[in-house]
Design a protein around this ligand. Structure first.
Ligand SMILES: NC(=O)c1ccc[n+]([C@@H]2O[C@H](COP(=O)([O-])OP(=O)(O)OC[C@H]3O[C@@H](n4cnc5c(N)ncnc54)[C@H](OP(=O)(O)O)[C@@H]3O)[C@@H](O)[C@H]2O)c1
Length: 179
């Protein structure tokens, strides 16, 4: 699987249930990367999305311990699957391989938040990270991948040029890490 995330300098990813900052260029990148694919996320991240619904053009698998969970809104062309355990998620992925021709290695993106990134860390072979060149206050974090690079478990396979957000002047880069 792949993980996709935007982090500030110290690997913070969110605060008070939302993202750290609004970066339209990063949202466009996320859309390009994940369109037509399967996303895996936690219930809190789902509820932080605009309209608290599934994302159009993608299949979203949502973790919650509430088996009777009802999403607040469903986007008509976005498929939403609710799961309560890792085994249940694997069964759903196998079904998607069969019904939608999904490739579990290439087409599945772990999309947060902290609890889900941590749970999937051992199963993630590639990390697509937006590194925001700014220190921002956070209350949820992504594992510090620089440490994995330092001890040889990961390497950086691609890095974009520096991007600049027109509105705020904030700079950021897209970086790919692989095992
Ligand atoms: N920067 C980024 O790229 C990025 C991406 C995604 C999210 N975020 C941020 O991350 C924050 C949310 O992260 P979070 O860690 O607080 O929440 P989360 O991972 O989005 O969701 C946590 C919820 O997922 C469910 N869950 C987790 N593990 C489960 C398991 N093993 N079995 C069943 N259900 C499970 C539980 O739902 P129930 O409580 O319903 O049981 C749990 O409360 C937000 O601030 C969001 O904006 C940032």
């Amino acid at each position: 699987m792949k993980a996709i995330v935007a982090t500030e300098k110290n690997w913070g990813i969110g605060k008070d249930g939302g993202l750290l900052m609004h970066l339209p260029g990063d949202l466009r990148f996320f859309k390009e990367q994940t369109m037509g694919k399967v996303l895996i996320m936690g219930r809190k991240t789902l509820e932080s999305l605009p309209g608290s619904g599934s994302l159009p053009g993608r299949t979203t698998i949502v973790f919650t311990s509430n088996k009777a969970y009802e999403p607040k809104k469903l986007t008509p062309d976005g498929k939403l699957i609710i799961v309560s355990s890792f085994d249940e998620m694997m069964t759903q992925l196998m079904l998607l391989e069969y019904t939608d021709g999904i490739d579990a290695e290439e087409d599945v993106y772990v999309a947060g938040g902290q609890s889900i990134y941590e749970m999937f860390m051992p199963y993630t072979s590639e990390f697509i990270v937006t590194r925001i060149d700014k220190q921002l206050e956070a209350d949820v974090y992504f594992p510090n991948l620089d440490k994995y690079v330092a001890d040889g478990q990961l390497k950086i396979t691609w890095e974009s040029e520096t991007q600049t957000d027109e509105k705020t002047g904030t700079t950021y880069r897209f970086v790919r890490y692989a095992r």
